[in-house]
Each structure stands twice: as structure tokens, then as C-alpha cells.
Design a protein around this ligand. Structure first.
Ligand SMILES: *[C@@H]1O[C@H](CO)[C@@H](O)[C@H](O)[C@H]1NC(C)=O
Length: 273
């Protein structure tokens, strides 16, 4: 009896709460936050709106304010009355539209000085319920100031980069990819733990992103490479062969001359007799 009483209360509570839960409109920005935009390209923000079937979106408002500082710098970029679809933009390079459950804001020829900041999207439904989401938009920066420094205490090289967007690190030793005999690269790519001894040659860290790459090199003492040793061995062998060959030629020549002189002496004696 007690349990039944308890359950009926819970069901009643759920029934009471459910309409409230569905009444509010909700909205999600589909871009990854923060959004990084290459200068001069188009910024496109997309958002998904969800609301109760019997309600309608009555207003979609895209706004922007400076990422840091007061909200007084807030400006409206586009105001779209729900169904009619036509949005009123405030600038010629700004376009917005509303379609079914999605809304899009497009800014052509992104210029970070003007277009960077904290974007917000507010969706209002016909009951007056509102939902707001935010999204930071910044410029996609090229790779800056790459440097490589050595940490002697654990024989590692650390690659640093200043403020490029989404930097990707790649290491090379003497222009070749890092093999197990040279070292191991950390998961984030920034550190190379050197296992080779002694540490020698050129270690290069290349940092790249969508806009290009920059590299820096750490130079240790030159390596006594196997290749160089081989060359020396070959040169020594050739010299040795030349020496032996020369000696052989000399011996043969001496013997030949000796024989010739013997023959000539014989002839001379024959003539005189
Ligand atoms: C060098 O490596 C050691 C050991 O991993 C670490 O504790 C130390 O902070 C590093 N030094 C620098 C300057 O990064």
C-alpha cells in the first residue's frame, strides 16, 4: 500500500514536470568551440533548435560582443522572425537564415579586428521562452616562434611554439623520421626523449598547421656515421691495392730488365767469338 502510494505520487510529479521540461526551447551551436577562422575566408556558424511540436520559434537573434571587456560592445548581427525566414542583417557582409530546426550565420571575408569575439544566439518561442548559447570566434593563426631546447637532466629535447592555432609537431634526426634507435616522441609531440648515445647530429622540430610550417634545429656534435667509416675503409683498401700492385709491377719490370740484359750479354759474347 505504501509503495503504491509512493509510486502514484512519483507519476503525478513526473506528469507535472514533463510539460515544463518540454515547453522550454533549446538550442545548440554545431561548430566546435572556439571557432578558428582563417582571415579573409567565410565564417559559418550553424545551430540546431529544438522546441515543442505545437510551439513555434518566433525570433532568432545573432549577436556579438568583445571576448574580453564589457557587454556594452554588444551588437546585433541579424534578427530573424521565426517562420517567414527573411532575416534582417545590419551589415552587407553578414547573412543569416532560419530553416526548420536550423539557423545559420555567415560572415563573408572574416576580419578578426571587426568580426572576432563572443557570438551569441538567442531563440525565442511563441510562449516567450528563451534560450541563449555562446560561441567564441577567433582568428586561425599561423605557426609562430618555433624553438628547440635541451633538458640535460633527462636527455630530452623540448619543442616550443608561441601562439599558432592547432600546432602539429614532427621530429627529424639528420632529416630522417625518428627511429627507435634515436628516441621516442611524447604523445603530444612536443618532447623528444633521446635514447641514442652519444647524442649527435641535427635534431629538427617542424611545427605545422593549415597555414604552413616553421622549424627549428638543435645541433649536437657531428655523428661518426657508419657511412663515413665505410668510405675510409674503402679508401684504405684502394691505397693498399695500389701499393701491392705497384710493388708487383716493379718486381716484374726488374726481372724483365735483368733477363734482357742477360740475353744481350749472351749475344755480345756470341758476336765476338
Ligand atoms: C627537465 O626534465 C626534468 C625531468 O623530467 C623535469 O623535472 C624538469 O622540469 C625539466 N626541466 C626543464 C627546464 O624543463
Amino acid at each position: 500500500m505504501d509503495l503504491q502510494y509512493f509510486l502514484s505520487w512519483r507519476v503525478a510529479l513526473l506528469l507535472l514536470l514533463m510539460p515544463c521540461g518540454f515547453q522550454s526551447v533549446s538550442v545548440y551551436i554545431l561548430n566546435e568551440d572556439p571557432v578558428h577562422v582563417i582571415s579573409g575566408t567565410n565564417l559559418v556558424l550553424r545551430a540546431r533548435m529544438e522546441h515543442e511540436p505545437q510551439e513555434e520559434v518566433s525570433m532568432v537573434t545573432w549577436e556579438r560582443e568583445p571576448e574580453t571587456g564589457s557587454a556594452s560592445g554588444r551588437m546585433t548581427l541579424a534578427k530573424c522572425p521565426g517562420k517567414s525566414g527573411k532575416c534582417a542583417g545590419t551589415k552587407p557582409h553578414v547573412h543569416a537564415n532560419v530553416e526548420q530546426q536550423e539557423t545559420t550565420l555567415q560572415i563573408n571575408g572574416y576580419n578578426n579586428r571587426v568580426d572576432g569575439g563572443l557570438y551569441s544566439l538567442t531563440v525565442t518561442d511563441s510562449t516567450g521562452a528563451k534560450a541563449t548559447v555562446y560561441c567564441v570566434v577567433r582568428e586561425y593563426e599561423p605557426v609562430h616562434h618555433v624553438s628547440v631546447s635541451i633538458n640535460v637532466s633527462d636527455s630530452s629535447l623540448v619543442c616550443g611554439e608561441a601562439w599558432g592555432t592547432d600546432p602539429h609537431f614532427t621530429w627529424f634526426h639528420e632529416r630522417a623520421a625518428i627511429s627507435q634507435s634515436v628516441g621516442r616522441v611524447s604523445l603530444d609531440g612536443t618532447t623528444l626523449f633521446i635514447t641514442m648515445t652519444p647524442i649527435c647530429g641535427h635534431f629538427t622540430c617542424m611545427v605545422s598547421n593549415k597555414l604552413g610550417y616553421t622549424s627549428a634545429t638543435y645541433s649536437a656534435a657531428p655523428c661518426e656515421t657508419e657511412g663515413r667509416g665505410m668510405t675510409a675503409a674503402v679508401v684504405c683498401l684502394v691505397l693498399l691495392l695500389l701499393l701491392v700492385g705497384g710493388a708487383l709491377v716493379f718486381v716484374l719490370w726488374r726481372r724483365h730488365r735483368h733477363n734482357n740484359r742477360g740475353e744481350r750479354l749472351q749475344e755480345h759474347l756470341d758476336d765476338n767469338i
